[in-house]
Design a protein around this ligand. Sequence first.
Ligand code: ADP
Ligand code: ASP
Ligand code: MG
Length: 416
Amino acid sequence: MSRLVMKFGGTSVADIERIRNVARHVKREVDAGHEAAVVVSAMAGTTNQLVDWCREAAVLHDAREYDTVVATGEQITSGLLAIALQDMGVTARSWQGWQIPIVTSDAHGAARILDINGEELVRRFNDRHEVAVISGFQGIYPETGRLTTLGRGGSDTSAVAIAAAIGADRCDIYTDVDGVYTTDPRVVARAGRLDKIAFEEMLELASLGAKVLQVRSVELGLVHNVRIFVRSSFDEPDRIDPHGTPPGTLICNEEEIVEQQVVTGIAFSKDEAQISIRSVADKPGVAAAIFGPLAEAGINVDMIVQNVSADGATTDLTFTVPAADYQRAESVLASAKNAIGYAKLDGASDIAKVSVIGIGMRSHAGVAARAFRALAERGINIRAITTSEIKFSILIDAAYTELAVRTLHSLYGLDR
Ligand code: ADP
Ligand code: ASP
Ligand code: MG
């Protein structure tokens, strides 16, 4: 007997028929003698609709009320799945974040899980063989008693956190693809499924644009050593052998991966904007004068590139921000112009970041150089480059994203 967390994303619970299908997946595990805590997302499109309604009501709105609104999507699915399970003769009840409780910080809209008391769920596994159907994405900030949400894609994080809290043997993330691929399979048809990927690599993939798992869920998996298995919810539940190994991807420790490739995967993100500050004084305190006000405005800065000054007096500084924050970042910098001291601001918002990830890069030189040559041959101009131990990222015009990703995917031998 195993204790499992089973998480189902939005497309997997998009309508009542699919919810019934999810219930059959759960019943399959219960019939095989396993204990199950099921975490569900809102039905596909629901959270987007709720977010739009908040914006329509007021562009600038109270983040606590935003959470009150967007947390409702998951409440619907947890109730519906509990009903579907009961209808199949499976003992089940729904749980909202505040009922367990899933205690979070007060960072409304992007709260972090601080604590989950899993005792009652476990007691009910033992006493009643009851399946817990839990609303993902939501929690409670106990000091004010207000609902919180974990940021888009946050149900993955709920699932891994619950797996850690109840000491689950595995956390299965059921989604609309049958695993983690070498790159987004919707963009590159020749992408291949990875049997295993190391936590560190998955962290990079997720934070650099692959939305298959929320970054925080991978962090929690790493810290609490939760075995995360990404698999498809569209597989026919009755055809799966509950004791066999279904198709999917295991996120695991590096040591468990026998055949390590140099490059494991490619991620990309089109929602980037680039800002260049021309002729800023090359002296101590300037970077603080630039990035301080941006941080205060809550704007996330990434990929900072500063040139070595040619004349010893001034230099250029380039960095990226999320495209959605581009105009705000420009106006923050314009207001701080006197304090910073620069000649002019340049920028572009139709920029993409393409990143190549692989633990093997630690021990192989020249991996990035090959990419620069291949992209040059395709006439793709690179605006900026950053590297770290197990990845490098390039900034290019967004129009070339697919071409660049396909080129690199073939270059590193990832084509299926
Ligand atoms: P869910 O609603 O189940 O949480 P998401 O839409 O959040 O599902 O994540 C699954 C999607 O992630 C897939 O449909 C796929 O298009 C996308 N994706 C991006 N990069 C990858 C990748 N490397 N491997 C698998 N899926 C990826
Ligand atoms: N429903 C939330 C979202 O769409 C959380 C999730 O699906 O993981 O972002
Ligand atoms: Mg998701």
